[in-house]
Write a protein that binds this ligand. Structure first.
Ligand code: FPP
Length: 233
């Protein structure tokens, strides 16, 4: 069975997981970070090359101050604690989204880890202050800038536009997974999801493990991917 080359995950349900245990929401996010580690190992063992995770959306800034700063601190701690492990495991770390919205310190930590892991064989993409529409609008702005300075008026191609997105150089996801029973894309990878297969599970993200992962791969293996082409008979 050929595994998906790129899996993208909407890690949903941390808050409900914590609530069910009478724990603060941040405890759910902490458990979510452990589930991310598990998912990354499962991906690498299965031969997946790219894993993209939705860690913080452009809409998540509307959450309470305590939750936002807790999540930012968690990211900072994750980077500090995991850097050596990522290097040792040949993981390339990359962030997509409005990184300028993050604190100057977190931006520095991200840039340093991206630089340190740039040659990794497996890519972990973390979407931070990310929104699909925002990414497309920023790419359109870059296109206008480039075209204005070059004076080029040739038709814009999908390749040219795709190379201006935050995900430049990263293949589109083959499989998008969402946990916790919600059946939405929630502004995640709008452009890149064009031909993705979807897998939804009721499992809350902190509980996501091998069973769900294997179920997602098994469902993916059964899909006939036509990419807009004809049904094969
Ligand atoms: C959605 O669950 C989850 C988030 C908004 C944050 C996801 C972040 C992590 C898993 C933290 C770890 C990430 C890294 C890169 C270290 P929710 O809070 O919306 O859950 P709910 O719908 O049950 O309230």
């Amino acid at each position: 069975m050929t595994p998906p080359r790129h899996i993208a995950i909407i890690m949903d349900g941390n808050g409900r997981w914590a609530q069910a245990r009478h724990l603060p929401r941040l405890a759910g996010h902490r458990a979510g970070a452990e589930a991310l580690d598990r998912a990354m190992h499962l991906c690498r063992d299965a031969g997946v090359e790219f894993l993209t995770v939705y860690a913080f959306s452009t809409e998540n800034w509307r959450r309470s101050k305590a939750e936002v700063s807790g999540l930012m601190a968690l990211l900072s701690t994750y980077i500090a604690n995991k850097a050596d492990e990522l290097v040792a495991n040949s993981v390339r770390f990359r962030v997509i989204g409005r990184r300028g919205d993050l604190s100057a310190r977190l931006q520095r930590e991200i840039a340093a880890l991206e630089e340190r892991t740039r040659d990794g064989a497996f890519t972990l993409v973390v979407a931070l202050s990310y929104g699909g529409r925002d990414e497309i609008v920023r790419a359109a702005g870059r296109l206008v800038q480039a075209r204005m300075s070059s004076g080029d008026s040739a038709a814009v191609t999908e390749e040219e536009f795709g190379a201006l997105l935050d995900t430049a150089g990263i293949p589109d996801p083959d499989l998008i997974v969402r946990s916790s029973g919600e059946l939405r894309l929630s502004n995640f990878l709008l452009w890149q999801a064009a031909y993705a297969e979807f897998f939804f599970t009721q499992t809350l993200w902190p509980d996501f493990g091998k069973e769900d992962f294997d179920a997602a791969l098994a469902a993916f293996a059964k899909r006939e991917r036509r990419m807009g082409g004809r049904i094969k008979r």
